[in-house]
Write a protein that binds this ligand. Structure first.
Ligand code: NAI
Length: 300
């Protein structure tokens, strides 16, 4: 009885591997909702930058939360930051944790190697989850002996703003594991949706082909990027048009996902490559972050 109570209890301690764009956001929100967090990355330098980014983002949250009260803002930021520690050794950082969320580079071999090492070091009850956008969870989980305690936790960028998390089940994921992942998503004040381990899960499976269809319309000369964006905003009620969205997500990221899918699923027509997208990426035009993609941006 005592083991099963322990196993069912809520996730309190989270180890986030990867302190980049997504990992730092996940660490921030987990800490802001009362979880103890260890954030892991390759160097102390990267981790210092991640912590600075979290602190800045928390400052913005605090301003909204405690409008005119500077003292309350500072104490909120301080309290959340005090729940985040950092480590450059993933194996050491996962020895005593309820959940490992992996948000490292989108490379299957690297992710598999990481999880194999963690599997040997983590406690029995520890659940493993990947935030991968485009790799099958099953292909990552099979590097471990705890596939029943493995699932996908797919967050959206920027994590503090975006309300959704997709909780992904592989056939081996136990009901208990799935429930604990859903409960963590809720504890992090997100809305959770359940999805099978299929390419792109729900959101990207619909969104990426939609963006690619827009690129193909532009390639054919059917309409301009500006007019396609205006049409989808005013005609379909989308907050951003497909080209604005692609520039925001990053054309390199979009190409990377498309390349993986078109290789793995050559028969799925909507996953096929686009010459225009490939050309922009080859020219270093990745979207907002490089100052140019489909549109030009003022560099900050
Ligand atoms: P990023 O490049 O901003 O961050 C990745 C971080 O992982 C880097 O700081 C890197 O130093 C670190 N890292 C790489 N290998 C490592 C290792 N072996 N051990 C420890 N740290 C390591 O990437 P980003 O955008 O945060 O993506 C991370 C994951 O999240 C990927 O799997 C991606 O598919 C997924 N994702 C990305 C989204 C996005 O909008 N960027 C949205 C949802 C999921």
């Amino acid at each position: 009885l005592s083991t099963s109570t322990a196993v069912r209890s809520a996730i309190k301690h989270v180890t986030v591997i990867g302190g980049g764009l997504m990992g730092s956001g996940i660490a921030q929100v987990a800490a802001a909702t009362g979880h103890d967090v260890i954030m892991v990355d390759q160097t102390d330098d990267i981790l210092a930058k991640s912590k600075a980014a979290i602190q800045k983002s928390l400052g913005r949250v605090a301003k909204k939360k405690y409008a005119d009260d500077g003292e309350a803002q500072a104490s909120f930021v301080g309290e959340v930051m005090s729940r985040i520690s950092t480590n450059t050794d993933a194996v050491a950082a996962c020895g005593k944790t309820d959940l490992v969320v992996e948000a490292i580079v989108e490379n299957l071999d690297v992710k598999r190697r990481l999880f194999t090492a963690l599997d040997a070091a983590a406690e029995e009850h520890t659940i493993f989850a990947s935030n991968t956008s485009s790799l099958p969870i099953k292909d990552i989980a099979s590097a471990t002996k705890r596939q029943d305690r493995f699932g996908g936790l797919h967050f959206f960028n920027p994590v503090p703003m975006m309300k959704l998390v997709e909780v992904v089940k592989i056939p081996e994921t136990s009901n208990e594991t799935f429930e604990r992942l859903v409960n963590l998503g809720k504890a992090m004040e997100k809305t959770t949706v359940e999805c099978k381990d299929t390419p792109g899960f729900i959101v990207n499976r619909l969104l990426v082909p939609y963006m690619m269809e827009a690129v193909r319309m532009l390639e054919r000369g059917d309409a301009s990027a500006r007019d396609i964006d205006t049409a989808m905003k005013l005609g379909a009620g989308y907050p951003m048009g497909p080209f604005e969205l692609a520039d925001y997500v990053g054309l390199d990221t979009t190409k990377f996902i498309m390349d993986g899918w078109s290789q793995k699923y050559p028969d799925i027509e909507i996953f096929r490559k686009s010459d225009l997208l490939n050309k922009l990426v080859a020219e270093g035009k990745f979207g907002r972050k490089t100052g140019e993609g489909f549109y030009k941006y003022d560099k900050k």
